[in-house]
Design a binder for this molecule. Structure first.
Ligand SMILES: [Zn+2]
Ligand SMILES: [Zn+2]
Length: 354
């Protein structure tokens, strides 16, 4: 596969390639968030005007345009039959608040870049039979939201529906054992940025996931067993729902299943041990104090407050300060690649999650 000369595309809202780091969005709230992301992103991405040979296929209708409102935090490029999508896996919206079943993990920027980028098939291939996701694909992502945040199966890796047991924040996400933020339901709130009826995610088989309605606001009709259907102009697409399965019910397109997950897919990079659920904990607040480098999470256990504050000291080096509800205070520095075992989890390896 030829990588030399491949360049990242930056796309404006209209789906037209643009250059430089100019603002790409017009929606005020999102604009502020995007500019925060733009400041945070290091190293500076190469944003180049590129007209790939495939541009004859109207990009405005394809996945590249769907991710465009989230540039430059999310960057895409075409490589063969795939759209490669780079992100740090963190949304511009709030995180963590509202979780009542917390595994003590927190959001860290993830290196979904280069060879570890997401791969969305540009030409989805319908499978002969399709593949249900219930009780399968319980590890790793099954879709990628257009803001660059992975979406996991609505069931967690023990088979429980995450949304039903307090594991998710107000935006439908939480963090896995690599401190990797991901959703377990469709991020319908992204329609406030994408526009109603625009894709809010792409399943890893390459088909788009729309929200609850069609672009004209009407309810989808004639959904198949995967919660998808074909329609003129849009082609085949899935629709999200507000109850289980929240996303598509399975892959209509071809995917490779290996070790319980869609293969290949990027890996999260944890810097510390995987933890266990802190019984009785409720997350009450989460703040980004400095873009992508300093955070504070607040929680309560039976009325007593706890804090996890953490900051990036260097690339891959994070200093954590734990203020336990009982009054104990600990500070620990973690380095990527030196993930500690502590008997609670294994370092490295494929992504796992609570
Ligand atoms: Zn999860
Ligand atoms: Zn539809």
């Amino acid at each position: 596969m030829k990588l030399v000369g491949a360049r990242w595309l930056a796309l404006g809202l209209a789906g037209l390639p643009v250059t430089g780091d100019a603002h790409l969005t017009g929606e005020p709230g999102h604009d502020a968030a995007a500019s925060r992301l733009a400041l945070a992103w290091r190293p500076a991405p190469v944003l180049a005007l590129v007209a790939p040979a495939r541009a004859a296929v109207p990009l405005a209708l394809g996945p590249a345009a769907a991710f465009a409102p989230f540039a430059p935090a999310v960057r895409v490029r075409v490589e063969g039959d795939f759209l490669l999508v780079e992100s740090e896996g963190l949304p511009a919206h709030g995180m963590m608040t509202g979780i009542t079943a917390w595994q003590q993990q927190v959001p860290l920027p993830q290196p979904y870049t280069g060879a570890n980028a997401w791969r969305i098939p540009l030409r989805p291939v319908p499978a002969a039979a399709g593949t249900p996701i219930r009780d399968r694909f319980l590890r790793g992502a099954i879709a990628l939201a257009v803001n660059g945040v992975p979406i996991f199966n609505p069931q967690n890796n023990r088979g429980a529906v995450s949304a039903d047991i307090g594991e998710l924040d107000r935006w439908g996400g939480h963090c896995g054992r690599g401190d990797d933020y991901h959703y377990h339901i469709a991020p319908l709130h992204l329609e406030a940025i994408t526009g109603v009826g625009r894709p809010i995610a792409y399943a890893l088989d390459g088909y788009p996931i729309l929200g609850l309605t069609e672009p004209d606001g009407s309810a989808p009709a004639g959904l198949d067993v995967w919660r998808g259907h074909e329609s003129p102009g849009l082609g085949y697409h899935y629709h999200a729902s507000e109850t289980y399965p929240f996303l598509m019910a399975g892959f209509r397109g071809v995917v490779v299943e290996r070790d319980g997950q869609v293969d290949p897919q990027p890996r999260a990079q944890g810097v510390r041990e995987a933890l266990t659920q802190l019984r009785g904990a409720r997350i009450t607040g989460f703040e980004e104090l400095a873009p992508r480098s300093s955070y504070v999470l607040r929680y309560e256990v039976r009325g007593a407050a706890g804090v996890v504050a953490y900051r990036r000291e260097a690339e891959g080096v994070w200093r954590f300060r734990f203020e336990e509800p009982g009054g104990d205070i600990r500070e620990v520095t973690y380095r990527a690649g030196e993930r500690r075992g502590g008997g609670k989890g294994k370092g490295g390896g494929p992504r796992r999650e609570p």
